[in-house]
Design a protein around this ligand. Structure first.
Ligand code: ADP
Length: 160
């Protein structure tokens, strides 16, 4: 069984993420959407909430599951038998960091391939931080998030 991991912060998950996940699901038998816990990052949403938002958003996509992990990505990949990481690329600004991570992961676990998937033109501007910024000014974020989490994200951001 070919297993891929789509790792990220998903703080919160957006339609841009969903697009990459859906397209990955067509290429692999199983896709694990992995919310990473990085102690150096200050997340807007708790680990449990980020995971809950992912679970609800991918519930209808065949072969896709969600998980959360606090550790080295390559260790998780070994544990679950994944053969690839799929990363979405929005622009050259994403590339430098992703390229460095891909090379480091290759050194740590050569059997694991990193695949870069081009963003859908429709979502190339979209990031979780943009959504939070728009919400903080009272803007409409309904275009950017999966419908099923919209109310919860809106309420949570309004109370920040
Ligand atoms: P961000 O906080 O920048 O939105 P994440 O760390 O949650 O990003 O992203 C996880 C993965 O999804 C990364 O590979 C990122 O490049 C990708 N990604 C995020 N938004 C988009 C988008 N709009 N189009 C394509 N890929 C995206």
């Amino acid at each position: 069984m070919k297993i891929a991991i789509c790792p990220g912060s998903f703080d919160p998950i957006t339609k841009g993420h969903i697009d990459i996940i859906e397209r990955s699901a067509k290429l692999f038998d199983k896709v694990i959407v992995l919310a990473l816990k990085n102690n150096e990052k200050a997340y807007t949403f708790s680990d449990d909430r980020r995971l809950d938002f992912i679970r609800r958003s991918v519930a209808g996509i065949d072969g896709v599951v969600a998980d959360c992990y606090d550790g080295l990505l390559v260790d998780y990949a070994k544990k679950v038998g994944a053969s690839a990481l799929v990363k979405g690329l929005r622009a050259v600004t994403d590339f430098e960091y992703e390229f460095q991570m891909a090379l480091a992961n290759k050194m740590l676990y050569p059997e694991l391939e990193t695949l870069f998937m081009n963003t859908n033109q429709e979502y190339m501007y979209l990031s979780s931080s943009l959504v939070k910024q728009i919400a903080s000014f009272g803007g409409d974020i309904s275009l950017f998030l999966p419908e099923c989490i919209l109310d919860d994200v809106r309420t949570a951001l309004a109370n920040k």
